[in-house]
Design a protein around this ligand. Structure first.
Ligand code: NAG
Ligand code: NAG
Ligand code: NAG
Ligand code: NAG
Length: 420
């Protein structure tokens, strides 16, 4: 494994986390369901009543979330994306839902979702139009924030289309203030850095003060190349973005596409494992009315969700790369470390990765307790520093494990690394 680059920096005092938006929300990465990747801007309820963007879709998803164990697993927010509103604001300048597709209106939908013990998310845009051409919030930030609060909405996804990039920050900050002014805590999901990166390096201190999570990179598609590109972008910008993540504010690599059409099961495991390592919000975009049991089991895997929701709240890093493997590590509470080993090779069968080649393994002195989570749960027991343990990893799959460091000095150690 000599090709694996091992770079590990250890330091004793963590720099203090940047100040988070103070609305009491997103203390752990948000979990829920969001319509976009699977249902997009399907507004044709006559031709496709089961899959069009309508109140019925969210009510059915809310029903499924309760009935099929999603809520119990931690998925809480049912979120509307673009294409919900009418093209016209009402006589008071307020947004209104499309009357044909949302005959009961958003307030009633929010009441329904709340009656199931779930929360409702809605969508708007910082510019004058949404990405799909519906009315945007520019010039109406306070009106729209108050409308959402009056309806009982719990989360706002605020897109960045159709806005002069030099005004993006101002717009996102103004909406954050408008939400605060309503007096109702509304989780604020931003796309500010995504739209700013083409022009300049975003100010993550300001973003963390303003938003509960923020998209940095392209929309996810239902394909392995898309999921891979998001992981690669994250790793290659990790020194800039990872320090800004923590309770109250998270980097958002976009939706989980597990349970759809484009990923093999091993690739679905990779997305789930890496989204856990990245402390990512877990928004599924799939059809909960029709999902294969294996994907469902993966999305509800409590060991992986526990890593994602770990109370230490530190995002992981890619710590090594070589021989067509990537190693990602995330520090967890209780002196544990989550490790993901991704096999980038897309040909052949499972390949072995020696656990002692994980950079963090060098702290397993004299020994570590190893628990394998993917591809299947298995307690591997206490392993010595020179462990011969080899993890078989499927092509484009991931081995996910946690190690508990049984070491006198671990309390003093913190993990960080530089880009590889
Ligand atoms: C509004 O902001 C203040 C100051 O940051 C904070 O204390 C308060 O909880 C916020 N209110 C809401 C509803 O987010
Ligand atoms: C943000 O608010 C400030 C102060 O009210 C205002 O001057 C500015 O035009 C606003 N910017 C946007 C994009 O709404
Ligand atoms: C980034 O934003 C913070 C908080 O708003 C501000 O104090 C700081 O000056 C900004 N940094 C730069 C380089 O603009
Ligand atoms: C190792 O971890 C497993 C599962 O996390 C746990 O059941 C077991 O007690 C641990 N063993 C030791 C020696 O800590």
């Amino acid at each position: 494994m000599s090709k694996v680059a091992l770079i590990l920096v250890v330091f004793n005092v963590m720099s203090p986390a940047v100040e988070a938006l103070d609305n009491g929300l997103a203390l752990k990465p948000t979990m829920g369901w969001l319509h976009w990747e699977r249902f997009m801007c399907n507004t044709d309820c006559e031709a496709d009543p089961d899959n069009c963007i309508s109140e019925r879709l969210y009510m059915q998803m809310a029903d499924m979330m309760v009935k099929e164990g999603w809520k119990e697993a931690g998925y809480e927010y049912v979120c509307i994306d673009d294409c919900w509103p009418s093209h016209q604001r009402d006589d008071h300048g307020r947004l209104q839902a499309d009357p044909k597709r949302f005959p009961g209106g958003i307030k009633k939908l929010a009441d329904y979702v709340h009656s199931k013990g779930l929360k409702l998310g809605i969508y708007s845009d910082v510019g004058d139009k949404t990405c799909a051409g519906y009315p945007g919030s520019l010039g109406y930030y306070e009106t729209d924030a108050q409308t959402f609060a009056d309806w009982g909405v719990d989360l706002l996804k605020f897109d960045g289309c159709n806005m002069k990039w030099t005004s993006l920050g101002e717009g996102y900050i103004n909406m954050s203030k408008a939400l605060n002014k309503t007096g109702k805590s509304i989780l604020y999901s931003c796309e500010w850095p995504l739209y700013e990166w083409p022009f300049q390096k975003p100010n993550y201190t300001a973003i963390r003060e303003t938003c509960n999570h923020w998209r940095n990179f392209n929309d996810v598609f239902d394909s392995w190349s898309s999921v891979k590109s998001i992981m690669e972008w994250t790793a290659s910008h990790q020194d800039i973005i990872v320090p800004s993540a923590g309770p109250g504010g998270w980097n958002d690599p976009d939706m989980l596409v597990i349970g759809n059409f484009g990923l093999s099961h091993s690739q679905q495991e990779s997305q789930m494992a890496l989204w856990a390592i990245m402390a990512a919000p877990l928004f599924m975009s799939n059809d909960l009315r029709d999902i294969c049991p294996r994907s469902k089991k993966l999305l509800q895997n409590r060991w992986i969700i526990d890593i994602n929701q770990d109370p230490l709240g530190k995002q992981g890093y890619r710590t090594a790369k070589g021989n067509s493997f990537e190693v990602w590590e995330r520090p967890l509470s209780k002196n544990r470390l989550a490790i993901a080993v991704l096999n980038q090779q897309e040909i052949g069968g499972p390949r072995g990765f020696a656990i002692r080649d994980v950079p963090g393994w060098k702290y397993c002195d004299p020994q570590c307790n190893v628990t394998l989570i993917l591809p299947q749960y298995k307690e591997m027991g206490v392993q010595p520093k020179g462990s011969e343990l080899v993890l078989p990893v499927n092509p484009s799959g991931t081995a996910l494990l946690t190690v508990s460091l049984i070491s006198r000095d671990f309390n003093k150690l913190h993990w960080k690394k530089t880009s590889v």
